[in-house]
Design a protein around this ligand. Sequence first.
Ligand SMILES: Cc1cc2nc3c(=O)[nH]c(=O)nc-3n(C[C@H](O)[C@H](O)[C@H](O)COP(=O)(O)OP(=O)(O)OC[C@H]3O[C@@H](n4cnc5c(N)ncnc54)[C@H](O)[C@@H]3O)c2cc1C
Length: 199
Amino acid sequence: MRPGVAPRTIDAMTVHDIPVLVVGAGPAGLAAATELARHDVPFLLVERRTTLSSHPRATVLSLRSMELVRAWGLEADIRARSVDVDWTMLESETLADAASGTAIAVGYPNAEQSRMVSPTAPACVAQDDVEPLLLERLRAAPHARVELGTELTGIFAGPAGAVPTCATCARARCARCTPATLWRPTAHEARSAARSASR
Ligand SMILES: Cc1cc2nc3c(=O)[nH]c(=O)nc-3n(C[C@H](O)[C@H](O)[C@H](O)COP(=O)(O)OP(=O)(O)OC[C@H]3O[C@@H](n4cnc5c(N)ncnc54)[C@H](O)[C@@H]3O)c2cc1C
């Protein structure tokens, strides 16, 4: 846990029947969890931060991402948070020269091109606008359990297979108290507990 953050306790009796653990409430974890919710698959989503990041970071939802968003019934909400842009980048020596910069296509189809292949189109929307929307949706999902301020710290390989151990779980390393299946959305994190424990 991060210094100053009080550990939370996951009640052992309520988690051992949850088939999927989602680690991390970034775009990958939130999208995975939203897809699980869409198919009524129960899951536990743990996020070590107590709040979502307020940094904008990624600013585009690609055409395929928007197709997923549409399937989740969130297209109108995302559009309401997005800005209308030309899908081009400007190359220039300095930011002050941007107006006379060279326009470069950034690889996203425009609205007209999108219409030929898809019912939706890419959206220019900041990550810190998308994540709260997905989290709100997950909190309202019937089979979902979302625990912020909860960090996965290891995985215990027991007779029932690999099960995660959570620093905040009252019975860490007890196979009965943890989900049996690990979903690992933050696999790119070199120091991720989930990644190192599953090597
Ligand atoms: C400054 C900055 C600018 C960026 N700009 C752009 C951009 O312009 N365009 C673009 O496409 N992308 C951009 N990115 C990249 C984009 O933000 C990432 O690709 C995206 O956030 C990755 O999503 P993710 O869900 O895989 O991981 P993350 O967003 O990193 O989410 C992982 C989550 O898992 C949590 N977590 C990790 N380990 C544990 C654990 N053991 N237990 C519980 N929780 C855990 C973390 O706290 C985190 O919230 C930027 C990133 C940064 C930092």
